[in-house]
Design a protein around this ligand. Sequence first.
Ligand code: EPZ
Length: 429
Amino acid sequence: MDRIKIIGGAKLNGTIPISGAKNAALPLLITALLTPDTLTLKNVPNLADVNMLMRILRNHGLDLTIDGKRAGQHTQLGETVHLTARDIVDTTAPYEMVSRMRASFWVLGPLLARCGQARVSLPGGCAIGTRPVDLHLQGLKALGAEIDIEGGDVVASAPGGLTGARVVFPKISVGATINVLLAAALAKGETVMENAAQEPEIGDIANCLVKMGAKIEGIGSSTLHIQGRSQLEGAVHRVLPDRIETGTYAMAVAATGGEVVLEGARRSLLDAACDVLIEAGVEITETDNGLRVSRQDAELQPVTIETQPFPGFPTDLQAQFMGLMAKANGTSVIRETIFENRFMHVQELVRLGADIQLHGDTATVKGVGELHGAQVMATDLRASVSLVIAGLVADGETMINRVYHLDRGFERLEEKLSRCGANIERISD
Ligand code: EPZ
């Protein structure tokens, strides 16, 4: 199993190219199930999660080529992927697949809308929380789906097709918004979704659906009006830049000091995180081709935050921010309001010398003068990268075990950081 070794202490200086967003690429790949024509996606990141979803989608009958190659052969950054689901050959997504790749649950809406039936395993819990899917099912039922749970699977049918309806979510959910949005694009008539998630990745999917022929109003807001179509067409769409990767590298520079241009990054995708970093003493300026992040002599100041749905501070940057605050000049308080168990990184950061007290959903982080390298374990994607940030500023050697978590969501992480001066390498045993 691969490990990552970091010798801390080096400042980061240089340029880091920002990849296409994992959390937009995944649902965009699934969007291809909605049309028999070819959907071409550009700037698709080469990540373990993306590759796994491609394999899952091929089971449903999706034909997939990457820059003229077959799946599994690609190595380049930001690939162009051509997806064609001329015929859906299988409307079942079994447990072995959905349990390995939560986002594959989002095939439920598109399969149901296009084929009138689907059987998709319940995804189960995961390291960051219980993660139920009741809101997904509630939304699809409103569109006319009949849903039963059999042997741990969601068995859904809509023999006469789905019909547009008003869906009011009692709680904001990215995944439920995506599932219903994809289904509504092929439903008869208008669907109005209220209290929808406003994450930029949802706007990216909606924009792609518009190119495919759906009519959608309110993109970027919490109320979406979707006019479904009986058939959608092919389209060409570029995946938007990854705001979580952007924020992660911005926090790495904030931690080490130095100056890095995050090429292709867009501030509007992460205003809340940028404002917090500026409050902490980091300079962030927009450039022609991205964002310049710099911390020279200013000390890192503590900032208190709480995670919120977009446009608030993202839960997917909470762990990284805790890694950063571990060495701040004072005490910060970090409250996690989205997932009940997203603090797996705390004990690992403590192993590096951080002073963190956990009470329920709130972590109190007392900045310490020094962190010290140690053996630590990656527990989930964002938790792992918080250990990278802490390792970059710890003295001595930090060894991060189980880095397959990192590979799920960060493209060429060691290469991007070492080009900016970090002493980081992957060790393959
Ligand atoms: C997406 O997960 C992202 N995943 C997560 O990123 C991200 O942390 C999360 O949105 C919040 O921004 C992908 O895009 C692949 P939710 P999702 O439905 O859709 C509760 C990463 O690291 N809820 O918005 O599963 C749920 O338990 C990943 O890249 C219900 O109660 O998140 C949670 O408390 C991790 N019932 C809250 O809503 C439901 O039916 C938000 O979850 C659905 C969700």
